[in-house]
Design a protein around this ligand. Structure first.
Ligand SMILES: [Zn+2]
Length: 99
């Protein structure tokens, strides 16, 4: 899995969300399919923040919202988190320009 980097405002929003809700914010990007694909966004031109709403659970808690698995980082536990919102940002590396 790739860990993309984000434009500055994305980190600001992620920090604010995490502080306000005591819930983790995950990062996500497409996997590159070809060597020429951008290695930050996987060639999609967009990098994503996924804001967790509830969790962790031992299984995905609902089918009405997406869930994502997280390994735990000391601050937030290991398990499935219900994702409240997925936010897309233009990839700061390729500026969203697809080849
Ligand atoms: Zn990119």
């Amino acid at each position: 899995m790739i860990t993309p980097y984000f434009p500055k405002e994305a980190y600001t929003q992620a920090k604010a969300y995490q502080a306000a809700h005591s819930m983790p914010v995950f990062t996500w990007a497409m996997e590159p399919e070809e060597k020429t694909d951008c290695d930050n966004c996987g060639g999609g031109g967009i990098v994503y923040l996924r804001l967790a709403e509830r969790g962790p659970f031992s299984t995905p808690a609902t089918t009405r919202q997406p869930s994502t698995y997280f390994d735990g980082d000391g601050q937030f536990g290991k398990g499935w988190y219900v994702v409240k919102e997925t936010m897309g940002f233009t990839c700061p590396k390729c500026k969203g320009i697809r080849k």
